[in-house]
Ligand binder design. Structure first.
Ligand code: NAD
Length: 436
């Protein structure tokens, strides 16, 4: 099933469950605006989109993706998830997403800059600090955000750092933004484990205890982790968990993966990836060869089916489907990518008692620190990294607790609980404003 349709189905199910009607579903079925255009670079034209899904709770907000697989259905689904994420985190933003169907690795740096500027030329009338605030996503980064901010500022003849987030810190970016999504996911996972949710707390509910921590609940050294995707999100959550003592035994990227039962030194892997461009050649880095005889080169399929405690998909959508859901061995899946588990796989995994911490909670650290960046820009301020991270931790922990309260109240799973929280907040805002 298409991504957007299955997302709207889940919203419909949630609205029915909450007994909300009054035409809310009809209004949530369609994005408020879809921009479709072509952007040129290096003598070629590429299809581009900006989807503005819902702004009942605040300006549209969402990343920009450069990937050959980008299409309108994906953009629409990603825009909905952004709106849901902002609502789960209770921050005053709506949801949008954009992208270009292009392989940026085939472009020169000059062509990439011209593509990025071209994207802003196509959408500048529809974005702005109080209208729609883009950010990075797959294959876009701080440099691209800098070009985009510059282009918008030039066209509007107004220095406007608040129009885009994920910028370099020298031009209004926030300290902590680069690693925010990964660090935020680590906060959620660690808080979840430390509180022994569904083990000590709410033991009798629908959810089985996935992992029970003993002692002072802060020794993670026995927990093994597999991470799919080693870009911004995958590598930053890998670092955050490695620092906390988790054993990361499998990692992959688009070119393949590596496994070592002894666990990787993530900083050595990162150094290696900087040199070689892929994790798939980094199984034998630093002093790991001698220390870890048991490494192996693996495929992405192997990675997802790894015998680990925690699986972290941090690449793209639809990675876990009915084909492989029955073979997943992890006890917890922390969804750092958007939409990595499709609805059929979700049902299979639930029946098998695999606990899924949903994307709209787990990977919301990016939108939260984007929100902080936007606030800093509007105030002409820049906060220290420590302040950013402690505010991030507070919001992530608070939203996790909110989701768990709903799990307890309705005896449901975490994804459904997160949808209930988000849809209640969005529909309340729509009703209060009345103009939707
Ligand atoms: P990125 O471009 O920095 O990294 C993507 C990684 O996934 C790369 O390592 C790439 O090699 C790997 N990959 C791509 N296709 C793959 C495949 N078929 N199999 C295995 N690995 C593959 O992107 P990112 O910003 O890290 O985003 C990753 C995911 O996290 C996306 O779903 C994105 O929407 C989501 N996300 C990102 C942010 C953010 O702040 N960047 C925030 C929330 C959610």
């Amino acid at each position: 099933m298409q991504l957007y349709k299955s997302t709207i189905n889940k919203i419909e199910e949630t609205l029915k469950f909450l007994g909300i009607d009054g035409g809310v579903l009809e209004k949530l079925k369609k994005p408020q605006k879809i921009l479709e255009f072509k952007v040129s670079a290096g003598g070629k034209k590429y299809k581009g989109w900006r989807v503005q899904y819902n702004n009942a709770r605040g300006p549209f907000k969402g990343g920009i993706r450069f990937h050959p697989g980008v299409n309108l259905d994906e953009m629409k689904a990603l825009a909905v998830w952004m709106a849901l994420k902002a609502a789960v985190m209770n921050i005053p933003l709506g949801g949008a997403k954009g992208g270009i169907a292009v392989d940026p690795f085939k472009l020169s740096q000059k062509e990439l800059e011209s593509l990025s500027r071209g994207y802003i030329k196509a959408i500048y009338k529809n974005i702005g600090p109080w209208k729609d605030i883009p950010a990075p996503d797959v294959n876009t980064n701080a440099q691209i955000m800098a070009w985009m901010m510059d282009e918008y500022s030039k066209i509007t003849d107004n220095f406007s750092p608040a129009v885009i987030t994920g910028k370099p810190v020298e031009i209004g970016g926030s300290y902590g933004r680069e690693n925010a999504t990964g660090v935020g996911g680590a906060f959620v996972l660690i808080d979840f484990l430390k509180k022994n949710y569904f083990c000590d707390k709410f033991e009798k509910g629908k959810n089985k205890c996935p992992i029970r921590l003993m002692g002072d609940h802060s020794d993670f050294s026995k927990l093994t982790v597999a991470i799919q995707g080693f870009g911004n999100v995958g590598s930053s959550i890998a670092q955050a968990l490695y620092k906390e003592g988790f054993k990361i035994t499998a990692i992959s990227d688009v070119q393949g993966g590596i496994r070592s039962e002894h666990g990787f030194n993530i900083f050595e892997v990162i150094d290696c990836v900087k040199k070689t461009g892929t994790v798939s050649g980094c199984y034998c880095v630093g002093n790991m060869c001698e220390a870890q005889g048991n490494y192996k080169v693996i495929s992405n399929k192997d990675l997802l089916e790894s015998d680990v405690d925690i699986l972290i998909p941090a690449a793209l959508e639809n990675q876990i489907t009915k084909e492989n859901a029955g073979k997943i061995k992890a006890k917890i899946i922390l969804e750092m990518a958007n939409g990595p588990i499709n609805p059929e796989a979700d049902e299979i995994l639930k029946k098998r008692g695999v606990l899924m911490i949903p994307d709209i909670l787990a990977n919301a650290g990016g939108i939260v620190v984007s929100y902080f960046e936007w606030m800093q820009n509007l105030q002409g301020d820049q906060w220290e990294e420590g302040a950013v991270l402690s505010k991030l931790h507070k919001l992530m922990a608070g939203s996790l607790a909110d989701v768990i309260k709903i799990v307890e109240k309705y005896n449901t799973d975490m994804r459904t609980a997160a949808y209930i929280l988000a849809i209640e907040r969005i529909s309340r805002a729509m009703n209060l404003r009345g103009g939707f």
